[in-house]
Design a protein around this ligand. Structure first.
Ligand SMILES: [Zn+2]
Length: 512
């Protein structure tokens, strides 16, 4: 006998409906899965058989064939265990049910028959809902994320027996159908975990942070150990605008696929901070593996990617960042398929200025020029080229501390960021741009329009500071963000001067 159950597999972050066709025929006992199954699906046989046996439901000693349609698409993960098991029950005549036509299911089976949580349930439920499917059976452990999606009846299963009983007679053995509950406060009302008010001094770095957040400009802080580079980086997510509803689902989907959602706190409500260790590999950073999994750049989507000790990262690993920085996406190619992960992150980097960390303070730093040169040479050129704001930090002076801390709090800074973002939203309403940092080619001159006086100054700065064309354009884009922070349509003289101050210090970087 034959039956067909609909489930769903996830490729990257994209849900792909899968028809699980199961046929049980007389013949020598065998079990085969066809239709490009990955390694985890090939192992399903042992889990499914043992689970059925231990739940008191028999697995037939017949010829069992499972076909996963569409056959040319690779399927991975353990979520197809449940539909395969139910398919065997129906095809072997143990279960008669009508509702299977309107019901999708996903879940991994434990050997005792338990239905275990799987990765990627959120995008699967969203897909089912968008296609007008009536019911979806998901593992009880994934209830938190599944209930974020409306318009579909979510049924939570704890074990295969309960699914069997439900399908047999939904009225007498209903499955738990929870509703979404959320009693935590919205992100807007919370003060961030790391607040700029905790940072004393370092006004230039704080200023750079606000510019970075407002125009989505990448930033590099260099300075001796202990000046607060990491603390400042950790404060940046707190000054980014709150997530929109769409962004929340988008980020929660990524965490669902990565298996990083806790059942209780399903919906991601605030921007994240991803700080991979410098020993990370290209796969770890960009994503990869036999079954492609999201990497650090994807986990940092809509959030901050912080690379501390930039010079310690492997050069090739950093070079690989060029593509996601340009495309805001990661493409991973496998033999017969391609996977795409979103990777729209704000890049923040930190480094010591020399091997000992104290250059240019020659009282403390004994590094030789060739040593510093070798040290700087470790940074990937393509990544350095894409950094907009360079800040050199020095240890805070005692007099600055005594002067008291009159810094803005993160919430105040965020208000300024939001109003600058609104200016950009209006300006780029009918374009492909979202932020000033994205401006390219002739659009730079168009949107960073300069008056007579300002144009003259920009040209003088170009000559005097011997800027490259790339640095000149960077200065214009940052000036645009500075004007937006002042809620000014016109870029003014002061904006150009300030923007120029965030260029890399030539006497230092020329050592490269
Ligand atoms: Zn040194």
């Amino acid at each position: 006998m034959y039956c067909n159950i609909t489930s769903c597999s996830v490729l990257g972050v994209d849900p792909i409906p899968i028809n699980v066709e199961v046929d049980v025929s007389p013949g020598l006992p065998s079990f085969s899965v066809v239709g490009s199954p990955g390694a985890e699906i090939k192992e399903a046989k042992d889990r499914v058989f043992t689970a059925l046996k231990n739940s008191g439901l028999g697995a037939p000693l017949s010829k069992i064939t499972v076909n996963l349609y569409p056959a040319d698409l690779r399927k991975d993960g353990t979520g197809l265990d449940l539909p395969i098991a139910v398919g065997i029950l129906i095809s072997s005549g143990q279960l008669k049910t009508e509702i299977i036509r309107d019901t999708w299911m996903i879940g991994e089976l434990g050997l005792n028959g338990e239905v275990k949580p799987v990765k990627g349930v959120l995008p699967v439920v969203a897909k089912a809902s968008s296609l007008g499917v009536k019911n979806i059976i998901v593992p009880a452990g994934n209830a938190g994320e599944a209930t974020l999606i409306r318009g579909i009846n979510i049924l939570c299963a704890t074990d295969i027996s309960s699914v069997y009983n439900y399908l047999k007679d939904p009225n007498s053995a209903p499955l738990d159908s929870p509703e979404y509950t959320d009693d935590s406060e919205s992100d807007d009302l919370l003060s961030p975990e790391y607040d700029f008010i905790q940072v004393s001094g370092q006004e230039t770095a704080k200023r750079a942070s606000i510019i970075s957040a407002a125009g989505f400009h990448s930033m590099l802080m260099s300075g001796p150990p202990g000046v607060g580079k990491s603390l400042i980086a950790k404060c940046i997510p707190g000054i980014l605008p709150p997530l929109s509803e769409k962004e929340k689902i988008e980020m929660t989907t990524i965490m669902s696929v990565a298996g990083k959602l806790s059942d209780k706190k399903a919906l991601i409500k605030s921007r994240g901070f991803e700080a991979p260790h410098h020993s990370i590999t290209v796969h770890g950073l960009l994503g990869g593996g036999a079954t492609p999994k999201p990497g650090a750049v994807t986990l940092a989507h809509r959030s901050v990617l912080f690379l501390d000790e930039l010079t310690e990262f492997d050069r090739h690993t950093l070079d690989a960042l060029r593509q996601p920085i340009e495309d805001k996406k990661v493409h991973i190619s496998r033999v017969n398929y391609q996977v795409e992960f979103p990777a729209d992150f704000l890049l923040v980097c930190a480094m010591n200025p020399c091997p000992c960390g104290y250059y240019p303070d020659r009282n403390k730093c004994n590094c030789t020029e060739p040593e510093i040169k070798r040290y700087l040479g470790k940074i990937s050129g393509p990544v350095l080229d894409r950094i907009d704001l360079c800040v050199e930090m020095t240890p805070i002076k005692l007099s600055d501390m005594k002067a008291g801390n009159n810094t803005m709090s993160s919430l105040e800074m965020r208000q300024k960021v939001i109003s600058a973002r609104n200016m950009q939203k209006k300006r780029y309403a009918n374009t492909a741009y979202r932020f000033n940092s994205e401006l390219k080619g002739s659009d730079i001159e168009k949107y960073c329009h300069l008056g007579e006086k300002e144009k003259a100054l920009a040209e003088t700065l170009y000559e005097k500071l011997s800027l490259s064309l790339r640095s000149y354009h960077r200065m214009l884009r940052i000036s645009r963000t500075l004007a937006d922070l002042d809620e000014s349509e016109e870029i003014q003289i002061k904006h150009l001067y300030e923007a120029a101050s965030f260029r890399p210090n030539p006497s230092y970087w020329q050592k490269m």
